[in-house]
Design a protein. Structure first.
Length: 284
């Protein structure tokens, strides 16, 4: 078990403030200052995303808090991209469910939760937009609980922790009536309630590719979680294709995430998220 690592998927219905909340987490963790944010939100880097104001493609990033690496997987919050949500949930150990303090749980929230529970993820509920005059946090928490029950959640999930927040104003709190401060309480809650990856670093290597990306310098990239063992730069790999046949290739470039950037790595241990290039024909 890697105690210095957390993998958390951030999911929400469209416009419930998920991407803005990620901006605030980066600010608090020192990954950027407020002058770097604005209309071009950190994890909406695609032109269509900026135009529509929603997350379309899954993004990956990390912040360091209390000497622990927190991998953040920002997932689409629109029903049209539900398939991508399900794939990336396989990389996480917990789910940060962001819910609007007035609108409450919405249809897409139900879909994502169903998939998260199927993966056995530990939920952490963030009641966002607490700055709204019409916020109704107690009722929304009740709606979340009723939804969990309706989805057949286990007792662990029904005893979900709650963090109150305003991404607009940049604060989070464990108490509804304390509406000031910063994102420290939310980051602390992630460390406390999202379990560290329960993995075997000494076993034979196994990596599950969940998303693809493209780099103008190194070409197609496969992004996924190292399920077992240690992935090293230059490793010769065998992989199973969709048609059941096997392919072979050598890792040309190996990266992990630091902030919003991909940084070169000599190795990536079990439980962490890796980004690899050089595997011709790699797919989902």
């Amino acid at each position: 078990m890697n105690q210095k690592l957390r993998n958390v998927a951030i999911v929400a219905h469209v416009d419930h403030g998920k991407t803005s909340l990620v901006d605030c987490l980066f600010q608090k963790a020192g990954a950027l200052d407020r002058s770097q944010t604005g209309t071009d939100r950190l994890m909406d880097r695609n032109d269509l995303e900026r135009e529509r104001g929603i997350t379309i493609l899954s993004k990956h990033a990390s912040v360091t808090w209390e000497d622990t690496c927190i991998n953040l997987i920002d997932t689409p919050g629109h029903a049209d991209f539900g398939g991508q949500v399900e794939r990336v949930l396989a990389m996480a150990d917990g789910v940060l469910l962001v819910v609007d303090a007035f609108e409450g749980v919405m249809p897409q929230t139900r879909f994502v939760l169903t998939k998260a529970f199927e993966h056995g993820l530990h939920p952490l509920v963030v009641i966002n937009k607490m700055d709204r005059q019409d916020a109704r946090a107690p009722e929304v928490i009740g709606e979340v609980f009723d939804l969990f029950v309706d989805l057949g959640a286990e007792d662990m999930a029904l005893d979900f922790p709650v963090v109150y927040a305003s991404a607009r104003d940049g604060w989070s709190s464990l108490e509804e009536n304390i509406q000031e401060g910063d994102m420290g309480p939310l980051l602390d809650s992630i460390l406390k309630h999202v379990p560290a990856p329960d993995v075997d670093e000494s076993g034979p290597l196994q990596v599950q590719v969940a998303t693809l990306d493209w780099d103008n310098f190194v070409g197609r990239l496969g992004i996924g979680r190292v399920k077992r063992g240690v992935l090293r730069q230059g490793d010769n790999l065998a992989w199973l294709k969709n048609d059941g046949s096997k392919g072979r290739g050598k890792i040309k470039e190996l990266f992990r995430y630091a902030g919003m950037s991909r940084v070169a790595a000599d190795s990536v241990v079990a439980g962490d998220i890796a980004c690899i290039s050089g595997i011709e024909g790699i797919g989902l």
